[in-house]
Ligand binder design. Structure first.
Ligand SMILES: [Zn+2]
Length: 109
């Protein structure tokens, strides 16, 4: 892929090249397939349920999005939505579980 294409269409991929970006292309409108490197128009990709139309690669999606794709919109009721994860074990891998939970809370709610 040429640098021009990356700069013009996928500003988030070319952060190092320059800060200024094309004003009429909203950020995040394009997504690159991790398997075939095709540049995909995000609304079209979402219509295709996040499956690459070029190579049929299934993109990574969030749990919420998976539920939306899988379940009917009507007559759906979320149970126990108020239950939050807790760090009973004081668990730590590459990072403290407590920190993962707090960054998750900032991102989702
Ligand atoms: Zn692909």
């Amino acid at each position: 892929m040429s640098n021009w294409l990356v700069d013009k269409l996928i500003p988030s991929l070319s952060r190092s090249s320059s800060e200024k970006r094309s004003s009429n292309v909203p950020e995040g409108l394009w997504r690159k397939c991790v398997k075939c490197d095709s540049v995909l128009y995000r609304p079209e990709l979402e219509r295709n349920l996040d499956v690459c139309p070029k190579c049929s690669h299934h993109m990574r999606i969030s749990a919420r999005k998976r539920l939306d794709y899988f379940l009917d919109k009507e007559n759906r009721e979320e149970l126990f939505a108020d239950i939050e994860p807790v760090d009973k074990l004081k668990f730590r891998d590459s990072k403290k579980y407590k920190d993962r939970l707090s960054s998750r809370a900032e991102g989702n709610r």
